[in-house]
Structure formats: structure tokens, C-alpha cells
Design a protein around this ligand. Structure first.
Ligand code: ATP
Length: 330
């Protein structure tokens, strides 16, 4: 494994009763970078993230390699910031005690020292009056503050990898930005790699160094965020981008990406995106495209060289319904 890589995933497959939901995924995560995993619901983002942590649901079978395997070091070398902070915190213990317990679970320090580290960790994520707040219970924190406390918990033992699974879904935009900033700041401070699972391209644009776009359990595109967003090479990435309001001119219908992804048990032959893809050709309906190097990124698409620029144009065929265009003042 190259020295600038914290974690290396190769040909990861996750199945339930023999049906693969993640189908041969490979990627690396590097220190002090945020790798966003993005895609529609059911793409396999959470399963992938949870495989890194060894937290897959009962019944899941896996193959492939995750190197190093950090699953035995959860809370120390790899940690989770979940969507719902309350699920990460016990309601019956003060927040500071929980952080101190996390410290003492991996290092032999006195209670007093662990407590001091807990207060410092809360202070670092911007919890005001951290000494007093350390004695408060999770329900006494606001939503944004609670999520920052979870970030303090996830980074207090200076892990190599932090996995954040939709960490801001429950928050409003201001708090979302604040939490993602704190997460990036802590990532840098402890030298961790951050794997950020999201379905939100705005979050990807503003907070990820690289982006892994997933569709139906497979890699669609992987590369530097700025480059992928400025010029997507996979039609699916372009479709996700075209669905953002800022890419949709007035009078055009939202969302641009029509239809829904296939269920793992009902995959079409060939490229799983082909039935929704405006560029699909015969080969796309018969042969599954493998990820290949394409101008500094990985793209799994038979037709990546044929994409127009801007590729979001592919998804702009549909005018808005007449009543939206012709709305008259009452
Ligand atoms: N416990 C389970 N048992 C059976 N199948 C499952 C289970 N968990 C996930 N799957 C299958 O794996 C697919 C991918 O799940 P995953 O939670 O990784 O999707 P996701 O991309 O994170 O979606 P979302 O954004 O909705 O969380 C699901 O659509 C489902 O078909």
C-alpha cells in the first residue's frame, strides 16, 4: 500500500442471500482528505461505509479486501459519525463522561486526565462553556451541538479514518455548514482521512476533495471533486448535477434525472444505468462497463468519450409543464 494511503479497498462485494448490493468496489482514502461517496438511495453508500467499520447488518456476506482491516480498532483507529447523533450517545450519561470513557477505553490515563481531554475535545469543536457542558446530558444539547459532540467523540482518539454517514441530514443549512467545517478541521488536526457519505451534491462540491459516485452498487466515477463537477465524464454524474437547482434554467423541470435505480435483485444486463441514460447505445445494454482511467480519474462508462460539454445538457430535454410556465398572477 503506498504510504500516502490510509485505507485501500479492493473489489469489495457485499451480498444478502447471494444478491450483491455492492458489486466490486475499489478505492483508496488518503490522510487529511475528504472522500465523498455520493449516489441515490440504494446505491450502496452506507453498506460500503459500514464495511470499513465492520458494522454491516446481520446477514451480510462480504468478499474483497480492506487494507488495513481496522474493524478490530473501532473507536481508536477508525470511528463513525452517524446521521443521528442520539444513536451515538447514551442518553443516561453526561456527554463529558462518555468522551472520557472513550479516552480510557484506549489509553491508560487517570480519570482526571481523561476528563480534561474530554473537556478540551468539546472546546475544540466549538461547544461553548465546555466545562459546564461536559456535565450535561445529550438531550440538553441542541441538534448541531450534539453532532459536534459526536465529532469530538469520533476524533478524540486521533483515528486514521473517520466515516461520516450523512452527518448533517437532520440539520438546517447553517448548522450543516458549521458541522462540516468542524469535521474538516478535526480531520486535519488529527491527520485522519474522512469518508463522507452523502446524497447531496452541494455537500460534495463544498466539502470533498475527491468524489466517488456510486450507482447500483458499483463505481461510476471517481476523481478530484473540482474536476468531476466541472466536467463529469459519466452520464450518471451529469444527471446528478443536472438535478441541482442551480443547473436547471428557469422554466425547466426538476429533477432532471428520471426514473429510479434498479433493486439489487433486478439489475438489467449491461450497464445498470443504461435504462435511464440518454446516451445508452447497444453495448451499454449488454456489457457491464469496468472502471477505466480517463484523464486522471476512473470512469465506468462505455460512452464517456462521447459526452457533450456541458454534459448536464444531456438531461435538459424536458420543458416545464405548461401551467408552471404560464402562471398568471391571481
Ligand atoms: N439489511 C439488509 N438486508 C437486505 N438488503 C439490504 C440490507 N441493507 C441494505 N440492503 C440492500 O443494499 C442496498 C444498498 O443499501 P445502502 O444502505 O448501502 O444504500 P445507500 O446508498 O446508503 O442508500 P441511502 O442513501 O438510502 O442510505 C439497499 O437498497 C438494499 O437493497
Amino acid at each position: 500500500m503506498p504510504s500516502d494511503v490510509h485505507l485501500s479497498v479492493r473489489d469489495l462485494r457485499i451480498a444478502f442471500e447471494g444478491i450483491e448490493a455492492v458489486r466490486g468496489l475499489s478505492f483508496d482514502v488518503r490522510p487529511r482528505e475528504t472522500l465523498a461517496i455520493v449516489g441515490e438511495s440504494g446505491a450502496g453508500k452506507s453498506l460500503t461505509a459500514r464495511a470499513l467499520l465492520g458494522m454491516l447488518p446481520r446477514g451480510a456476506t462480504t468478499s474483497g479486501t480492506i487494507d488495513p482491516d481496522l474493524t478490530a480498532h473501532r473507536g481508536r483507529r477508525i470511528s463513525l459519525v452517524p446521521q443521528d447523533a442520539l444513536s451515538a450517545l447514551s442518553p443516561v450519561h453526561p456527554v463529558g463522561d462518555q468522551l472520557a470513557a472513550a479516552v480510557r477505553s484506549v489509553s491508560r490515563v487517570s480519570r482526571k486526565e481523561a476528563r480534561a481531554r474530554a473537556v478540551a475535545a468539546l472546546d475544540r469543536v466549538g461547544i461553548p462553556d465546555a466545562v459546564r457542558k461536559a456535565r450535561a446530558y445529550p438531550h440538553e444539547y441542541s441538534g448541531g451541538m450534539r453532532q459536534r459532540a459526536v465529532i469530538a467523540m469520533a476524533t478524540i482518539n486521533e483515528p486514521d479514518v473517520v466515516v461520516a454517514d450523512e452527518p448533517t441530514t437532520a440539520l438546517d443549512e447553517d448548522r450543516r455548514e458549521q458541522v462540516l467545517r468542524v469535521l474538516a478541521e478535526r480531520r486535519d488536526a488529527v491527520g485522519a482521512a474522512l469518508v463522507l457519505v452523502t446524497h447531496d451534491m452541494d455537500v460534495v462540491r463544498d466539502h470533498a476533495d475527491r468524489v466517488l459516485v456510486m450507482y447500483a452498487g458499483r463505481l461510476t466515477e471517481l476523481g478530484p471533486t473540482d474536476e468531476v463537477l466541472a466536467r463529469p465524464r459519466a452520464p450518471y454524474t451529469a444527471g446528478l448535477l443536472a438535478s441541482l437547482p442551480q443547473h436547471t434554467p428557469p422554466g425547466r423541470r426538476l429533477p432532471a434525472l428520471r426514473g429510479t435505480p434498479p433493486a439489487p435483485a433486478a439489475l438489467p444486463p449491461g450497464c445498470a444505468f443504461a435504462p435511464r441514460c440518454p446516451l445508452a447505445a447497444d453495448a451499454c445494454h449488454t456489457a457491464q462497463p469496468e472502471p477505466q482511467e480517463a484523464e486522471g480519474r476512473l470512469v465506468a462508462c462505455h460512452r464517456w468519450q462521447d459526452l457533450p460539454h456541458p454534459a448536464t445538457e444531456l438531461f435538459r430535454e424536458v420543458p416545464a409543464p405548461a401551467q408552471e410556465e404560464e402562471q398568471q398572477p391571481a
